[in-house]
Design a protein around this ligand. Structure first.
Ligand SMILES: Cc1cc2nc3c(=O)[nH]c(=O)nc-3n(C[C@H](O)[C@H](O)[C@H](O)COP(=O)(O)O)c2cc1C
Length: 185
């Protein structure tokens, strides 16, 4: 379930950069990626926290701030009180993803290889989504952020990727991995 402002942002973008971050590393990397990608390729690129898929209004407000932080995307009002425009949505999370875009995910691992708090609801909804009858045309890239000092290295990004693959989404390029333990984030 996403709010109407986020839905509009997604519609207006050619590339949508989502992130799930506990302490800000993925968020920073996603912001940098968004800016560099947009200036290098001239594609309208939006940045959105995955917490837009959670029911927590405070989280959704953060996400709208992210979306509005992109100058090219600032042509809509910052409607922080926007309500969710889909009631009783069935669990088909992919219905939020028009297939004429590229989706980029920056996913940090936390706990024992778990999703960060802001990405958790999205991940749960992905898991509950049933395999579509026709192959999805959704294209995406994924960058995992973690530390090889932890037993379940990159597990959250690996799990997220598994779900996207299960639903027939097409991975573009290779699965990127940034390792905090080796200073590569
Ligand atoms: C309490 C804690 C648990 C973590 N658990 C994992 C883990 O299970 N797997 C992993 O690859 N990295 C793990 N990390 C490393 C983080 O993913 C890494 O520091 C990352 O840069 C944090 O990104 P964020 O700031 O976007 O949340 C953990 C870090 C902390 C502080």
């Amino acid at each position: 379930m996403i709010d109407s402002v986020t839905r509009q942002k997604i519609t207006q973008c050619q590339v949508v950069v989502f992130y799930g971050s506990q302490t800000g590393t993925s968020k920073k990397l996603a912001q940098r990626f968004q800016k560099e990608f947009e200036s290098s390729y001239g594609l309208k690129t939006g940045l959105i926290n995955l917490n837009v898929f959670s029911n927590d209004n405070d989280n959704a407000n953060d996400a709208n701030d992210d979306a509005n932080a992109n100058a090219d995307m600032s042509d809509t009002e910052n409607d922080k009180n926007s309500h969710c425009d889909i009631q009783n949505e069935t669990l088909d999370i992919l219905s939020n993803f028009p297939d004429d875009k590229i989706y980029v995910f920056f996913i940090s691992s936390y706990g024992d290889g778990e999703q960060t708090d802001d990405a958790l609801q999205f991940y749960k909804d992905l898991k509950l989504t049933t395999v579509p009858t026709t192959k999805s045309n959704i294209r995406y890239c994924i960058f995992g952020i973690g530390s090889s000092l932890y037993e379940f290295y990159q597990e959250a990004a690996i799990d997220m990727n598994k779900e996207l693959q299960r639903l027939g989404c097409e991975l573009i390029g290779t699965f990127g991995k940034g390792d905090d333990g080796k200073g590569s984030t």
